[in-house]
Every structure is written in C-alpha cells, then in structure tokens.
Design a binder for this molecule. Structure first.
Ligand SMILES: Cc1cc2nc3c(=O)[nH]c(=O)nc-3n(C[C@H](O)[C@H](O)[C@H](O)COP(=O)(O)O)c2cc1C
Length: 341
C-alpha cells in the first residue's frame, strides 16, 4: 500500500511529508520534484505569498545515493515566511473557509490556529509526494497532465486575465474548472469487487480532498446523465497493433471501478477563493457582533495551481493501484511482471 502523510503549518518552520510503500530501486530526481513545486506556485491571479516562497525539497530519509530503499521516504520544504508566533489573532471568520467550523470543533477563539493548517500551503507536500509517484509511473510510460479549462466560466486566455484583474480591483475572487488526464494506464487498476477498491472512488476521494474542490466528474460525467446509453457507452474495437480499444472515451478511462486502458479523464470544479479583499459580512467569534470577515494575504484565483495538485493526487492513487497490481517491493521485479501483462 502506497500512502503519505504531511505535517506543517502555513507560517511554521517547514512542511514535512512521509511517502511510504515505494519499491526499492527507484531513481528519485530531486530536480524534477522542484520543477513540479514551482509549477504549483505559478498562474495568473496568485497572491503575495507565492512571491515570497521558492519551494525546494530536502529529502531526509529513505534514499541511498539517488535510489529508494523500499523504506519510507521523508522530506521537508522550508517556509520562508516563518512567523507563526508573530501573527495577530483572527476573530472574524471568513465565509467559505474552515475558520468558524474549525474554531468551534477544536475550541479556539483565535482562528489563526485553524487557518495555519487549513491553508492550501499543505498541498506543497502533496505535490512533492505526487512528483515522486510521477517518477515511478514514468518508468512504465504513464504520464499525467492537467489543463485549466475555465475561470469563472470564461475560457479565453485574455478574457480570463481581464476577469481576474477586475476581481482583484473589486476585492473579489474567482473559481474555475481544470481537467487532469492520465495516459498509458494499463487495464485493470482498481477493482469492482468492493467499494473501496474502485479506482473511480479512490480518484474521486483524492481529487475531492483538494481544498476548494466542490465537484469531480469522469469522462462525460454530468452531461452523460442526460443522454441515452447508445450515445454514451464507448464501442469496443480490436486491432492487432492496439489490442482492445474504444471508439470514444465517454467513460473517461474507467469502467466497473477499473482502468480500461483509455486515457483517464477527470474534471474538477474549484469554488472561488474564500478570502475576499472586500470581505463578506460575518460575526465576531467572541462578541457575536456583526463584523466584516478577516482579510488575509491571498490569491484571487488559483485554478492552474489546483490542476497541478490534481495531477499529484491522481499520480498517488494510480501509483498505489499500479503497485497493487504488479507488485511493490523491487522495481526490477515489477518491470518483469509488467512485461508479462
Ligand atoms: C492552490 C490553492 C490555493 C489557494 N489559495 C487560497 C488563498 O490564497 N486564500 C484563501 O482564502 N483560500 C485559498 N485556497 C482555498 C482554500 O484552501 C479553501 O477555500 C479552504 O480550505 C476551504 O475550502 P473547502 O471548503 O473546500 O475546504 C486555495 C486553494 C488551493 C487549492
């Protein structure tokens, strides 16, 4: 089983991750991890924090030379903006963020204690873990990419920039849609035999876990629900060169909770960023008087970055299902088993 855990607060000393379940013998290219971390920081509409941080990973354990040992791989990423103990308390919860429910749940009156961990800064560890999984999947020709489809319903690049500029001026924020695709995934990852082994369910949970993702669809998704079966299901074809393949890919590469050999296609809807420059009405956590929600340094829109995080979550789930199917101890052995498939 491939799994990861993270620790770290947004303005704490560093973010820490452990990725466990990698096979021995994988060459870990730290340069690639750092490139992926940089991609997470980019995109039009990002806030000041991304200009401060220059994320680079330090691998702490689990690797000898450049190769994995089969033991847990631990890594850290420093927060340049380390000032958690100097930041002022927050008493005005932001609608759309974890502030109020988190404060009630953990018994805080200072919502700084919530947002330090609820912040999407945590996703830097997902991207580091995901990029190691991408390195593993690359060994088998599997690649994962994302595209920003729209921001606030707009698809034209110049119009998107205009919308983001306007939102910034008005103290507002924007969400959008991105797509993640995994190519060359072999048939039969995941299983129909039990709900928690289904690849679609595992991918759905992983993508939904990205902060601010409110909907995930695979293939034809919601549109497929309004069409007849004859227009939705993908006709099965066969050729000697390709083996079994499909005329279309409305299933988004997933049937019966398994990969079917076609490209896996997921689309995710991201709600607008919760922090607004012109804040919404809220209620003071102690006085219970009407106030404006707190304003923190913030992105206006971060759909491209969320797409990079989506790639990582998809890479982690597909790598886990891949190792389940083809073995998980020794990369050389896995390659032998994979050739026999
Ligand atoms: C890449 C990325 C960047 C984000 N940046 C911010 C931000 O700067 N300010 C903010 O208030 N929320 C930001 N968010 C969204 C919050 O993390 C999210 O709205 C919050 O956790 C509540 O969302 P939830 O209800 O889905 O958990 C960002 C999310 C992602 C994925």
């Amino acid at each position: 089983m491939l799994r990861f855990m993270s620790a770290g607060e947004s303005h704490g000393e560093c973010m820490v991750g452990i990725l466990e379940g990698l096979p021995a013998g994988l060459n870990v290219d730290v340069g690639f991890i750092n490139k992926e971390l940089t991609r997470r920081q980019l995109g039009y509409g990002r806030g000041g924090r991304m200009k401060i941080e220059k994320d680079t990973v330090s691998i702490l354990c689990g690797i000898k030379g450049k190769k994995t040992l089969g033991s847990p791989v631990a890594f850290s990423i420093k927060n340049k903006d380390f000032k958690i103990n100097e930041l002022p308390p927050i008493s005005e919860p932001r609608p759309g963020h974890a502030d109020l429910a988190g404060a009630i749940k953990y018994g805080f009156s200072d919502m700084r204690c919530v947002l330090e961990r609820a912040s999407a800064r945590e996703t830097v560890i997902r991207v580091a873990a995901g990029s190691i999984c991408k390195i593993l999947l690359r060994e088998f020709g599997i690649s994962i990419q994302s595209t920003r489809i729209s921001v606030a319903g707009e698809t034209n690049e110049n119009m998107i920039k205009e919308k983001i500029d306007m939102a910034r001026k008005q103290g507002d924020s924007l969400g959008g849609v991105f797509e993640v695709r995994a190519a060359n995934v072999p048939v039969g990852l995941g299983s129909y035999v039990h709900y928690d082994r289904r690849l679609d369910a595992r991918l759905g949970a992983a993508l939904m876990s990205i902060p601010s993702i409110k909907a995930v669809e695979f293939g034809a998704g919601f549109q497929g629900a309004s069409k007849p079966g004859s227009e939705v299901h993908d006709v099965i074809l066969y050729s000697k060169a390709k083996g079994f393949y499909r005329q279309t890919n409305n299933a988004g590469g997933l049937e019966g909770g398994m990969s079917n050999g076609e490209i896996i296609v997921a689309r995710c809807a991201m709600k607008p960023i919760a922090t607004l420059g012109s804040p919404l009405p809220s209620v003071h956590i102690k006085t219970k008087k009407k106030v404006k929600a707190s304003v923190q340094r913030s992105d206006i829109s971060a759909v491209e970055a969320a797409g990079v995080i989506g790639e990582s979550m998809m890479a982690i789930v597909i790598a886990d299902a891949f190792l389940e199917r083809f073995g998980s101890d020794d990369l050389k052995m896995i390659k032998k088993v994979y050739k026999l498939k």
